[in-house]
Design a protein around this ligand. Structure first.
Ligand code: PBG
Length: 325
């Protein structure tokens, strides 16, 4: 007796040509931002992030040229300062690592790459918190003034985009005002709007030496249990003048990416963070998963969830694997 099936979805999966024809999601160079760490000294690999290093200014320029060649629209810079202090002075100093890197890159790569600079104090403070302290707590409004100074210093050094990741209330509006007052009306803001207090930042904190020396970041970063609150944070940032909003981390928050996509028409970035990268690298180093396929699957999941922009340490390797076919 023959079976009569009307629907046979497998027809559309038969050959690669057919699968290509009906593929819903594509992750290309245009979707990706490559995050990079820059230091005053010489380059050093980051143990928990195989393939990623803290880069000297010279190596940063070389690696940025590779990123431009691979076709990513932009890179996101994180600085490792020479000295840390209570108020994170190097974050907003004209000769700080980020302004120095921006000036060099602007000269060497021209307009081929968008230069994005993370705005936060945690890499620069001796206590490792994202703002300045008063009576052992992060003081929101006093921190805003320093974040304004960071943003203006980075715009003056050539940043196309500043990306506040500190999670202070009102920082997007404060930064927008400072940029406009300084004449940097064209510098865009990519706000880390829904940034969760996550365990997945571990390798980054090792890379930047930015783990808080006491307490944790739960007083300013979001509770992983909350999704509606992300919608509210995004709305506030857009009201304050954010050009691009972000959900971070990506993988444990794909539902949040989807919800934000549905309620807002602003470009949406998702940050595939250091811990997500490290997990995959560690498993593949052990031979437990196939790295190339896993990376592809991860990036597609983030795009499918609704992200327009994916910030990922996998960017260059992924694009190399695409080229290799
Ligand atoms: C700085 C900042 C962090 C990351 C981006 N900006 C670390 C943190 O909040 O502790 C994490 C990026 C990553 O893990 O890849 N505030």
């Amino acid at each position: 007796m023959s079976v009569k099936l009307i629907h046979r979805p497998r027809r559309l999966r038969r050959t690669e040509a057919m699968r290509r024809l009906v593929r819903e999601t594509h992750v290309t160079a245009d979707d990706l931002i490559y995050p990079m760490f820059v230091t005053h000294g010489s380059s050093e690999p980051i143990a928990a992030m195989p393939g990623i290093s803290r880069l000297s200014l010279d190596d940063l320029c070389k690696e940025a040229a590779k990123a431009a060649e691979a076709g990513v629209p932009g890179i996101l810079l994180f600085g490792i300062p020479a000295h840390k202090d209570e108020v994170g002075s190097e974050a907003y100093a004209e000769e700080g690592i980020i302004p120095r890197a921006l000036r060099r890159l602007r000269r060497e790569v021209g307009d081929a790459l968008l230069l994005m600079a993370d705005v936060c104090l945690c890499e620069y403070t001796s206590h490792g918190h994202c703002g300045i302290l008063k009576h052992g707590r992060v003081d929101n409004d006093a921190t805003l003034e320093l974040l304004q100074q960071c943003a203006v210093a980075y715009a003056a050094a050539g940043a196309d985009v500043v990306a506040p990741s500190d999670m202070m209330d009102g920082r997007v509006g404060a930064i927008r005002t400072a940029l406009d007052d300084g004449g940097y009306t064209e510098c865009a803001i990519m706000a880390y709007s829904a940034k969760y207090a996550s365990a997945f930042y571990g390798p980054f904190r090792e890379a930047a030496g930015s783990a808080p020396q006491f307490g944790d970041r739960r007083g300013y970063q979001m509770d992983p249990a909350n999704a509606r609150e992300a919608v509210r944070e995004v709305a506030l940032d857009l009201e304050e003048g954010a050009d691009i909003v972000m959900v971070k981390p990506a993988l444990p928050y794909l539902d949040v990416i989807r919800v934000v996509r549905e309620v807002s028409e602003a470009p949406l970035a998702a940050y595939n963070v250091s811990g997500e990268y490290a997990m995959l690298k560690a498993a593949s180093a052990n031979g437990w998963i196939e790295e190339e396929r896993a990376v592809k699957e991860v990036l597609h999941s983030i795009k499918r969830a609704g992200a327009d922009i994916i910030i990922t340490y996998h960017a260059l390797e992924y694009l190399r694997s695409l080229q290799a076919g």
